[in-house]
Design a protein around this ligand. Structure first.
Ligand SMILES: [Zn+2]
Length: 294
């Protein structure tokens, strides 16, 4: 058993204090064991897309990770899988569908890559019950406007399925990161339920602009506002009122288990924004509960 007693108590005190039935975490990573091992090795080596020391706090076996998350009172979560090369997405999707089938509190998650057949396996995933998608523009190093993806965005926009997309330039910029490429996708697919991962850090302001322009765009809090992120990618001064105004479109995400600090710290980093209990209730539970019908 993994010892997380003090951490558990801080997390449960957080949501109980708000009068919530628990948390909904839209950004957690469960993936095939050997893929996760590679991801962890990459973080350990502070590879070029990571860029800094990054100790993984919750490096446990899958069943232990699930127990930790449930111990925190997370009612629903995702299994963010993502390919870094062609030929991988379809296999990841079948793993994730299987994982969701044996993990009832996991929202069935799928992914894609710009490649021949992408629209077909995305359609199959939707028909198979996928409720959320993950796209990783930084690790995948692809243009989200790639022609292979046009029918994919179209299909997901039509189905109203949220796509959690790492499109910001943190922790280090990629060739197609930043607000520009996704703004072009949204211009063609205005109904797309884009969920900007990590609040778009470090370009918070530009992604808040994007959300203001497109009422279907959401943002996830993943790693934002923590001590770790504030060191390198601080929220610009003066953005608090816009965070408050967009409070019905911001979703709690943690990046569990790949975080270099405790789960409780992530939540407490939201609390110290000082936006109030109603904002925290919406962000940590109620918004996701509406989006996913939980
Ligand atoms: Zn992540």
């Amino acid at each position: 058993m993994v010892e997380t007693g003090a951490d558990d108590a801080r997390v449960t005190a957080f949501w109980r204090g708000l009068g919530l039935p628990g948390l909904i975490d839209v950004h957690t990573h469960f993936m095939p064991e050997r893929v996760l091992d590679k991801v962890w090795a990459y973080f350990d080596a502070a590879g070029p897309l990571v860029g800094r020391r990054w100790p993984i706090t919750y490096r446990h076996q899958e069943d232990e990770r699930l127990a930790v998350l449930r111990g925190f009172g997370v009612r629903a979560f995702t299994s963010m899988v993502y390919p870094h090369k062609p030929g991988m997405a379809s296999w990841l999707n079948s793993w994730a569908a299987d994982f969701a089938a044996r993990t009832p509190d996991c929202l069935s998650t799928a992914t894609f890559f710009p490649e021949e057949g992408a629209a077909d396996y995305v359609r199959a995933a939707v028909e198979g019950g996928a409720r959320v998608f993950k796209a990783h523009v930084q690790v995948g190093a692809y243009d989200p406007n790639d022609a292979w993806l046009d029918p994919v965005w179209g299909l997901l926009a039509e189905a109203g399925i949220p796509v959690v997309t790492h499109c910001g330039s943190g922790p280090v910029p990629g060739k197609f990161t930043g607000p520009g490429p996704m703004a072009r996708v949204l211009a063609r697919h205005p109904r797309l339920r884009l969920v900007v991962a990590h609040m778009g850090m470090p370009d918070y302001s530009a992604f808040l602009d994007l959300a203001e322009r497109h009422p279907g765009v959401l943002l996830d809090t993943t790693m934002a506002f923590t001590d770790f992120s504030e060191e390198s990618a601080p929220l610009p001064k003066g953005e608090h009122p816009r965070l408050a105004d967009l409070g019905d479109r911001i979703l709690w995400g943690s990046d569990f288990p790949n975080i270099p600090y405790s789960y409780a710290h992530g939540l407490e980093s939201l609390e110290r924004l000082g936006l109030g209990d109603a904002w925290l209730r919406a962000v940590c539970h109620d918004n996701a509960s509406i989006v996913f019908g939980i």
